[in-house]
Design a protein around this ligand. Structure first.
Ligand code: SF4
Length: 67
């Protein structure tokens, strides 16, 4: 989409991979990675250098089904 911004971490983010594997609902990508990524907890922690699991969703909840 024209003029739409994408999170700088998108290419390396595990959630992109989970989405491509069909394991993650598109809404996460649309609402965060291609939308309001500034409110993403993963992004925040990434930039603070804080450890966070690969299966943590943008709102900070852990999805045990993602691996
Ligand atoms: S989940 Fe968060 S850190 Fe990962 S690409 Fe989406 S907005 Fe960026």
């Amino acid at each position: 989409m024209k003029g739409k911004s994408v999170c700088v971490w998108f290419e390396v983010c595990p959630l992109k991979r989970f989405y491509e594997q069909g394991k993650l609902d598109k809404k996460w990508i649309e609402n965060y990675c291609l939308g309001n990524y500034l409110k993403c907890i993963r992004k925040k922690m990434e930039e603070e250098g804080a450890e966070h699991p690969g299966n943590m969703l943008p709102d900070g909840t852990i999805d045990e089904n993602l691996k």
